[in-house]
Design a protein around this ligand. Structure first.
Ligand code: FAD
Ligand code: DLZ
Length: 505
């Protein structure tokens, strides 16, 4: 009996579980560009081009490999506009009742497709085995834990898959080189930049489509330099491993004006839509260490991000959805400032990060966390609004990875399920790790008043405002003892500076 095999826009790999089961002679592979997915948030224009162009290229690859593929383009006359309605239409047209699909990354997409099971279609859900840890295994790992820690999960993954291990011990006798990932990089020159790719005819056609139909969306389409095929993504991976991984470890947390990429890999784009597999990326990095071509702090730091954070975040998303998306521990309800859309603010760090986001549909982790995220936390922006912004603006943004990072990591909106303390900081951290403060309108050394760096007073105001919820947190005990000793006049100034600033945005 033939099956309809659905391939979603983030499942672009020939080894995906649904294709492994395919019978090339009988089954139809369905890929569809649909307005429901292009419009559920107003995606960055570059993200739309990236996903649709990669889908079109993957279609070609599948055809070339002998699959019978039905590909529905966004503007095809018969396109009914959603994944579920297209599945139903193509299944009806071909008299097929069996749908095979690798489990979608997003809960919303799973729910929509699952509505078809009440419409005489049998859905054969397959595990997405691109992840090291299945959703079930993560649930078992969580078991009765009340607090989850990434570090424990990461060690479990390292042992289970024998990655960077020397028998039962971690290589170098240390699990985590985090402390050696925090060098600032102030005046040095970045020695190698990420590999870039020229748009081909397929990409140019998609660029025209997005320019004509989604021109109101956020972000710059051009220059478009992302990889859109597996071959290109592999070239990006090899370039990173050969030329940039060595420095990744030292400068993981550093930020520099006009250097949007630092030594980051820019591989999240490709990992998230299937052009690269996490296992092959980790294996290449590990071999680079074994061959003596990159130091342990770089390789362990990089592998920790993928085997640790990425898998942990994925596990939490599926363990906690759908309720996770409604969390709001601090009852934050402020609006996102308008300048999040154009970078028009006197705070240089925010202005730089937002302008780079607009141009590249990318910001590196520490910008997302300690500049943009920190600001949203300290100014009490409503979690739902922050989630929507992050989902819109980055080309690697899919809800399964965006939501826990926003809710759990930057906003502590889950009350500490994902992170042991809020990632909050004042201006001193930003000044230490970047050169943004040098050319900022505000004065980093001033703590209150109109000229002071807003992060300085917003930080203490945040701790004071939420002391009922945070003062028992062991990891904040030093900060709360400093706050306790603060004289009341200073505290009043801090609070009024924060109140005025928040009103002004
Ligand atoms: P590198 O610094 O080179 O890291 C290597 C890889 O590790 C990344 O490609 C990514 O796959 C993985 N990784 C690193 N940190 C994380 C993390 N916290 N969670 C999951 N994977 C991680 N990542 C996304 O892929 N999509 C998102 O929508 C997304 N939203 C985020 C929102 C916030 C508020 C924060 C703080 C982080 C978010 N991240 C997201 C995680 C991280 O910032 C990006 O994965 C990273 O910046 C991508 O750039 P890179 O490939 O150069 O990463
Ligand atoms: C992000 C996206 C976009 C913009 N368009 C499509 C599309 O037209 N067809 C498709 O199959 N997938 C698309 N995607 C990805 C999905 O929105 C969704 O994020 C993933 O399938 C994960 O569940």
């Amino acid at each position: 009996m033939s099956s309809l095999i659905l391939i979603l826009g983030d499942q672009l790999n020939k080894s995906i579980s649904s294709l492994k089961q395919a019978n090339k002679a009988e089954d139809i592979v369905l890929m569809c560009e649909v307005r429901a997915e292009a419009k559920y948030v107003k995606h960055h224009k570059k993200k739309l081009v990236f996903v649709l162009s990669a889908m079109r290229h993957f279609h070609q690859e599948l055809k070339f490999s002998g699959y019978n593929v039905t590909y529905v383009k966004l503007n095809d006359k018969s396109n009914s506009g959603s994944l579920e309605s297209e599945i139903q239409r193509i299944a009806n047209d071909n008299n097929i009742n069996n749908i095979t699909v690798t489990h979608p990354g997003e809960y919303r997409v799973y729910k929509n497709i699952n509505t078809l099971s009440s419409k005489n279609l049998n859905i054969n859900w397959l595990e997405d085995d691109r992840y090291f840890c299945s959703r079930d295994e993560f649930r078992k790992w969580v078991d009765k834990k009340t607090q989850l820690r990434m570090e424990n999960f990461y060690r479990y993954m390292r042992q289970k898959y024998n990655i960077l291990m020397d028998g039962n011990e971690p290589v170098g006798n240390k699990w985590n080189y985090d402390k050696e990932n925090r060098k600032p990089l102030k005046n040095e020159i970045i020695s190698s930049r990420p590999k870039i790719f020229k748009p081909d005819a397929i990409t140019n056609e998609v660029i025209e489509l997005i320019e004509s139909e989604f021109n109101e969306n956020f972000g710059d389409i051009l220059p478009f330099e992302l990889a859109v095929t597996r071959k290109q993504a592999l070239a990006a991976l090899n370039h990173f491993i050969k030329e940039r991984l060595v420095q990744f470890g030292d400068y993981q947390d550093a930020m520099l004006e006009k250097e949007p990429y630092m030594y980051h890999s820019l591989l999240s784009f490709y990992l998230n839509i299937g052009l690269l597999l996490p296992a092959e990326v980790i294996s290449k990095a590990e071999k680079t260490y074994q061959n003596g071509h990159a130091p342990i702090n770089a390789v362990e730091g990089f592998i920790r991000q993928i085997l640790g954070w990425r898998e942990f975040i994925h596990g939490i998303y599926w363990h906690k959805m759908p309720n996770y998306s409604t969390k709001n521990f601090f009852n934050a309800e402020n609006d996102l400032p308008d300048f999040f859309w154009d970078g028009d603010t006197k705070l240089n760090c925010l202005s730089q990060c937002i302008q780079e986001t607009k141009k590249n549909a990318y910001a590196h982790h520490i910008q997302r966390l300690m500049i943009l995220g920190n600001f949203c936390l300290l100014t009490g922006i409503e979690p739902k609004k922050v989630c929507e912004w992050y989902l819109i603006v980055y080309a690697d943004a899919f809800e399964w990875v965006e939501l826990p990072n926003v809710m759990g990591m930057i906003l502590f909106a889950d009350g500490g399920y994902l992170a042991s303390k809020p990632y909050a900081s004042g201006g001193a951290y930003i000044n230490k790790m970047s050169n943004y403060c040098k050319s900022c309108h505000f004065k980093i050394k001033e703590k209150t008043g109109e000229q002071a760096c807003p992060f300085n007073y917003l930080y203490w105001n945040f701790l004071h405002q939420h002391q009922d919820k945070l003062s028992n947190n062991q990891r904040l005990s030093m900060m709360y003892s400093t706050l306790k000793k603060m004289d009341s006049e200073k505290l009043t100034l801090i609070r009024s500076s924060a109140e005025n600033f928040i009103k002004s945005i």
